[in-house]
Each structure stands twice: as C-alpha cells, then as structure tokens.
Ligand binder design. Structure first.
Ligand code: VGL
Ligand code: ZN
Length: 198
C-alpha cells in the first residue's frame, strides 16, 4: 500500500449554503468519489471545532470575519463560525462516498489553536498523528483533494512534502477560498516545495 488519497474537509459548511462556503465547493464531490477507485488507501479529514474556538471572529469582541489576529503561534485569520462539533455544517457533504475511508482525522479541536493541515496544528509542530499512521501503512505518495486549496489542502500539501512524502495536488478535485490572493500564494509555495500540480 504505497499511495493514498487524502480528502480534506469536504463538509457542508465549506459548500454552497454553508457558513464558510467555498465557491463551487460541492463540485469536488463527484470527482473525489470517482478518484477513490484508483487508490488502495483513502483517508479523510474533518474540521471539528468547539463553539469557543479562538479562530472564530465571533469569539473576539469587535473582530470582523476575515480579519487577522496575532496569536502566540502566529497570524491567524478570524473566520465566521464554522464546522462546530456535532452541527450539520460539520458533517461531510451527504453525497461524499466515505465507505472506503480507512481513517477520519478530526482537527481544530483545541480552542486555543487552529489546525489547517491534516498533519500539524497551526503552530506547525503539534502532530495530528496522520504522519505516523501513513508511515505504518507504508504510504510514500499522497494525492490531495478537497477544501480549501489555499488553506487546509495547501497547508497539508506543504507539511506532507516537509515530512518526505511525494505529493500530488489534484486541482480539479479542490476549490479555494481565495482571500487577498491566498490561492496564488498557496500555489506558488506548493510548486516551490515540489508538489506535483495535476
Ligand atoms: C478551512 C478555514 C478554516 C479549510 C478550515 O478547510 O480550508 N479553512 N477552517
Ligand atoms: Zn476551521
């Protein structure tokens, strides 16, 4: 088992009608469903925040959504409330096939620390455990799909390269938030890090 498909945060809140909707976020669902047949291992992540999460603008008096704030671990975008544990918005898109998902990694559960990447929280050092799981399974190469290209998918791709995995970004199976040029910036960083862009 050397290749794995990673499905990042294909959840209702990141799809049209959701609380942090990504343009055409739901368009990735049929593509990801089809791709799964080509991989011996499928892993999904789920953004899973407590209601008091520090990445929510609503939890900082006077803060506007999409503004930024300095946190002990670096600059943090303050998001609209999204993917609250147990809410419908935090559920996977109902049409996403998950029968073949061997592992679902939940992230962003520490109220004081956001977690974009599937591998590390936003301090870039607290691990989620995914790297160890993939290594135990003998996985060498990862194909990344899901939402959003410029945040959780992009950060996951960069961390995966840093950890020594071969990484492919399946661009048609991803959609972006694109906040102030964040998509171009993320694509540039991924290219520089040796991510293969499909
Ligand atoms: C994400 C912003 C906040 C993502 C998650 O999945 O890209 N973006 N939480
Ligand atoms: Zn989040």
């Amino acid at each position: 088992m050397t290749a794995a498909l990673l499905i990042i945060d294909v959840q209702n809140d990141f799809c049209p009608g959701g609380l942090l909707a990504v343009n055409e976020g739901d368009a990735v669902v049929p593509i990801i469903n089809r791709m799964q047949d080509d991989f011996p291992l499928v892993v999904a992540t789920q953004d899973w925040h407590p209601a008091n999460h520090s990445s929510f603008a609503a939890n900082h008096a006077g803060a506007e959504p999409f503004s930024t704030m300095e946190m002990p671990y670096g600059t943090q975008v303050l998001w609209p409330v999204h993917c609250v544990q147990g809410s419908d918005g935090a559920a996977f898109h109902p049409a996403l096939a998950l029968d073949r998902a061997a592992l679902i990694i939940r992230k962003g559960m520490d109220p004081a620390l956001d977690s974009y990447s599937a591998f590390f929280e936003n301090d870039r050092e607290t691990p989620t455990g995914l790297a160890g799981y993939l290594r135990d399974k003998g996985v060498m190469s990862l194909t990344l799909t899901g939402l959003a290209t410029d945040f959780c998918v992009g950060w996951s791709a960069l961390d995966a390269r840093r950890l020594g995995f071969d990484v492919t970004l399946a661009t048609d199976a991803c959609r972006a938030i694109d906040l102030d040029g964040s998509l171009d910036a993320a694509m540039g960083k991924m290219r520089d890090a040796g991510v293969q862009i499909l």
